[in-house]
Design a protein around this ligand. Sequence first.
Ligand code: 6R9
Length: 646
Amino acid sequence: MTMIKVQDEWKSRAKIDAATYEEWYKRSMDDPEGFWKEHARRIDWIKEPTRIKSTDFTYPDVSIRWFEDGELNVCYNCVDRHLKDRGDQTAILWEADEPGNAQHISYKQLHEHVCKFANVLKELGVKKGDRVVIYLPMIPQAAYAMLACARIGAIHSVVFAGFSPQALRDRVNDSDAKLVITADHAPRGGRATPLKKNADKAFDGITGDVKCLVVKRTGDETPITEGRDFWLHEMEANVSNDCPCETMNAEDPLFVLYTSGSTGKPKGVVHTSGGYIVYTSMTHEYVFDYHDGDIYWCTADVGWITGHSYIVYGPLANGATTLVFESTPTYPDASRCWKVCEEHKVTQFYTAPTAIRALMGKGRKFVEDHDMSALKVLGTVGEPINPEAWNWYYNEVGQGRVPIVDTYWQTETGGIMITALPGATDLKPGSATKPFFGIRPVILDPQSGEVLEGNGVEGVIAIADSWPSQMRTVYRDHQRFANTYFQQYKGYYFTEDGARRDEDGYIWITGRVDDVINVSGHRMGTAEVESALVAHKAVSEAAVVGFSHDVKGQGIYCYVTLMEGTEPSDALRDELVSHVRSEIGPIAKPDAIQFAPDMPKTRSGKIMRRVLRKIAEDKLDELGDTSTLADPTVVDDLIENRQNKG
Ligand code: 6R9
């Protein structure tokens, strides 16, 4: 297996070399209290914490608290504390959908925008502890809105702007939000989504007195409901640009973010203030080797955890310049990312394997001829990266002179857990490599739950002890939190990912072991797609599985049993595809729908998903034992009627 050694230049520039990594990692394991007490000082506390770590993974009484007697304000740390030394430095570099329209927002300007935004929230009746849903495209106001909530102690819940009205409505209702913040339109890739109209559809089923604050993005015609909807620019004209920061306890919630699991509705993942900001700022600095003056770009959307931790909170807490990108990597063509890197002299570029594969597929002509000499670190996140994509990223984008950090983590973990450090870790294409400080990964035997010690082992990956940015609970459902992550393997946080540790102690993530699929780096519960399908009047039963897809990583394959008397047809197939799209959003669009008169069920009535997965993958010689099926002949029909996966 190829090993790419740390180059001298990476080492000489980096804040952490191999010896420092070893030393700090050992200390973080031997003395977590001391280690985190010291590193918590990277944050400005109103009251510095004396109680550092109070965590217990014992099922069912799981409880996780960090820095619990500390007081701080996260917005202060991301904005105000930088005014003295870098007030005129760019905080947010906004690259709009149409090329050539970049805007630089300095820390001073950021402060003013955030204060005004916070005062508008107050005018609308938002108070400490209230929930605010943010449904915005990638515009600076998305960051202002998040920071304004943090400033006054409101809990934000960002809903990805690509989600449907139905998904928005569920999240507003589940979190009992007081306010929805949206924009008139959301331009992306040259086309504008009427976002406010989507929000209006969601409002049709929103229970309770919820107001709507609207950001004017394009200025195109937009319906406004008197008394419920308010324009941000109108309200901002009448508020002061001074707004004090609320004093928050370290364990006060900062935000809720909904994410898919294997069962039921998406879970509201709760992150709190102190531990989250300590850990995200620290990982941002060391994983990307961020130095003053760098221009850092993460292409994620603020609707996902990567956008929260590594576009907004981590970078801004470090006083960084963070690039906010409204467009797509292929608009107007596949050279967009490299043009932006060249124009803004981007030093760190962080994206997902699906984007890398899509760009690789367009050919090298789009990468060539761009001066990306400012680049110092490339990052990837969201799913396992295949070695071909890794090598292309390394050789074509990085010209073989820039390290790649493959960062493994989850919505639940708040920040990066397994990753290389640019000046410290020799690289292996496809491996996330080593744990970050404070992370104690274990590989468990999936059946027995036993810890597989030593190297050259494969199983599932769990974490043996807490770290500061770990999620604290599922919003309003602590039992579900304990059951989901701590019940199966007692004493561990279970990631629901498979992994192996190779002969050199390097960790390779092999993918989800539950019913979550990963489509273009977006997490999706197969159960969610199934429940959207059965909500259609023609469908009696549905089973959804993932299959390998060249660009998206995984695609969505649906088996659908129709109601008695309903005839299968291509028109119905199209209708079901658009039905799922409108229930969940475009990212959940099925790649194939197969009408299945019967499902392969065990005698106890459980659908044998293993068989469905193999059929969708065309791996017919790997079906395994089907003799325990109630009716094994069902399988032949399924094989015969396999669908083209488009
Ligand atoms: C940050 C984020 C989490 C799931 C996770 C795993 C997969 C993320 C990965 C990776 C292999 C990496 N995943 N990073 N797999 N290598 N570097 O993506 O959060 O949306 O919650 O997804 O993504 O399967 O369990 P989230």
